[in-house]
Design a protein around this ligand. Structure first.
Ligand code: ZN
Length: 265
């Protein structure tokens, strides 16, 4: 049993995956809340007699068929060149998964909605992708890249939001030096969203499998100080999301997708 990995002192245990090596006895793994860990630690230091009662109802269910959800605006001049904005649909089932990763899904949808609301017609195809099964094996992201390869799609750029819906500080970019230099030249356009840097190196779990196709990858990096107060815990709920921070993150994603669509890489 471990103390939950969070900065916050509260009563929410944070869940996650337990991995076993081959050929070992599979013992259950538990995480307790930080407050319970503090209490337990104090009792042990006082050499008090301590008994721990553990009850788990966790089980591994069989695989079921599921799907990525995709919406797109077809490009007006180069529809074959695809730009992906994504987050993941699944979450740990002890909460709503608002920050992990409902916010990334909503921001990706917002990329499409904002461009449509402005009446703009992108030159290249812009897709919002809600990836399935990030938490338990990355199967949606893997399948997306497999289909891209099979259909011979040209994925020029992908941006992912999967670090919480907090105010964005930087966008990380992974590509060839000249591609990064081009994106970097747009940096000042992102200042109004609170983004101070388009930094070298970035991506995300679900878009990672696109890398071998030569796709330039980008990751949204919000302020990280509060993410692990909610990550994989019962308090990762809708109410923990700030609407304005969420919107600014969405518009920064829309802006980078639009710039790549209009000016290429
Ligand atoms: Zn996530």
């Amino acid at each position: 049993m471990i103390r939950s990995v969070t900065h916050s002192l509260d009563n929410y245990p944070h869940t996650g995956t337990t991995r076993y090596e081959d050929g070992v006895t599979k013992i259950p793994g538990f995480a307790c809340s930080t407050m319970d860990a503090e209490w337990l630690s104090k009792q042990l230091k006082l050499r008090m007699p301590v008994q721990l009662f553990l009850k788990s109802s966790c089980k591994q269910g069989p695989d079921v068929l599921s799907y990525n959800v995709i919406g797109e605006i077809r490009g007006s001049e180069k529809p074959e060149e695809i730009i992906t904005a994504g987050g993941h649909l699944d979450s740990w089932d002890l909460a709503e998964g608002a920050h992990d990763d409902g916010t990334g899904c909503m921001q990706s949808i917002e990329v499409i909605r904002a461009i449509k609301a402005l009446g703009w017609k992108p030159k290249r195809t812009i897709r919002a992708v809600m990836f399935m099964n990030e938490e338990n094996g990355l199967r949606g992201g893997t399948a997306y890249a497999e289909f891209a390869k099979k259909l011979n799609e040209q994925h020029i750029f992908a941006v992912e939001s999967d670090a919480g819906g907090f105010g964005v500080e930087t966008l990380g970019i992974s590509g060839k030096p000249e591609q990064y230099a081009k994106v970097k030249s747009w940096e000042k356009l992102f200042k109004p969203y609170g983004i101070y840097e388009l930094s070298d190196g970035g991506g995300g779990a679900d878009i990672g499998p696109l890398k071998p196709l030569g796709t330039v990858l980008s990751g949204v990096n919000p302020n990280s100080q509060r993410y692990f107060d909610h990550h994989h815990a019962a308090n990762d709920v809708f109410e923990a999301v700030n609407k304005r921070e969420l919107e600014l993150g969405a518009f920064s994603m829309a802006a980078i997708c639009w710039l790549v669509s209009e000016y290429g890489l």
